[in-house]
Design a protein around this ligand. Structure first.
Ligand SMILES: [Zn+2]
Ligand SMILES: [Zn+2]
Ligand SMILES: [Zn+2]
Length: 271
């Protein structure tokens, strides 16, 4: 065991359209408050020189340039909806700087969908250099990634499953509208919870803000940030009216925590 700093950057906090929404002239889409300008949902975890990316959002290139991300050591996928995966081709840029393929971790269902939807990447008909070099790793339980314990959290996203992740004091639960009791037991003692909270109106596959506030209060993290926000949500107005300890997330928001790393075995991709 050794101590390290876990640095978290919220790369994107917007719903699937991104905010502003193309063609929309509403007050939030026209707002000059940077916190109302939201790219698609993703987060970066940095520790001991390693960069773990959660999802390859549609806006990955823009996020990587904005945050000066120069390498990616692994990707954790939450599920296979377009807004969370369509930046996958932009991983090619990171291959250029690093000779190794990038390992992708996801449930076997998500890996099957990735393979099917991006067969040009995984069926290797293209000469190398034209497609990202990626390897697929099914998640079967808690993993040790470069010394960091990563605990998958099964979530309900309407009728589909999605996967959240807990890493020490931090959990990232986007795209969900129900959390089972067995998953809730994995979320005790958190410092920071990032949780889906789309908008005020109900939605069939996402927590709305009142539902997210309820579940956040029962999870009891020291701080909760709502993400996957739509253009119904004006940052300043809504944030000021949330209960203590619950806020809206915004793009580029950063956090750091002291954590304990485990011994990292030589092949730390699975255990
Ligand atoms: Zn989404
Ligand atoms: Zn709008
Ligand atoms: Zn989704």
């Amino acid at each position: 065991m050794s101590k390290a700093t876990l640095n978290i950057v919220l790369l994107g906090t917007g719903t699937s359209t991104g905010i502003p929404v193309v063609g929309c002239r509403c007050n939030v889409c026209r707002s000059t408050d940077k916190r109302n300008q939201r790219t698609r949902c993703s987060a970066l975890l940095n520790y001991n020189g390693n960069n773990l990316l959660i999802d390859t959002a549609t806006d990955l290139r823009q996020q990587a340039l904005r945050e000066d991300i120069r390498h990616i050591d692994a990707v954790l996928y939450t599920h296979c909806h377009a807004d969370h995966v369509h930046g996958i081709d932009d991983l090619r840029g990171f291959n250029v700087h690093d000779g190794n393929p990038i390992p992708l971790y996801a449930t076997s269902e998500t890996l099957t969908s990735l393979h099917k939807n991006f067969s040009y990447i995984f069926d290797q008909h293209q000469p190398s250099g034209y497609v990202p070099r990626l390897t697929l790793h099914p998640i079967e339980g808690a993993m040790n990634l470069f010394g960091l314990e990563v605990i998958p959290i099964p979530l309900h996203h309407g009728k589909q499953p999605a996967t959240g992740y807990r890493c020490g004091p931090f959990a990232y639960l986007t795209d969900c509208n129900r959390i089972s009791d067995s998953s809730l037991t994995l979320l005790e003692g958190l410092q920071l919870l990032v949780l889906d909270g789309l908008r005020f109106k109900p939605h069939p596959t996402h927590f709305n803000i009142p539902e997210a506030v309820d579940i956040a209060q029962s999870i009891g993290a020291k701080q909760t940030l709502l993400t996957h926000l739509s253009h119904d949500v004006d940052h300043a107005h809504v944030d000021a009216n949330l209960p203590d300890g619950i806020n809206l997330a915004y793009d580029g928001q950063r956090f750091s925590f002291e954590i304990q790393l485990q011994n990292s075995d030589e092949n730390c991709y699975e255990n």
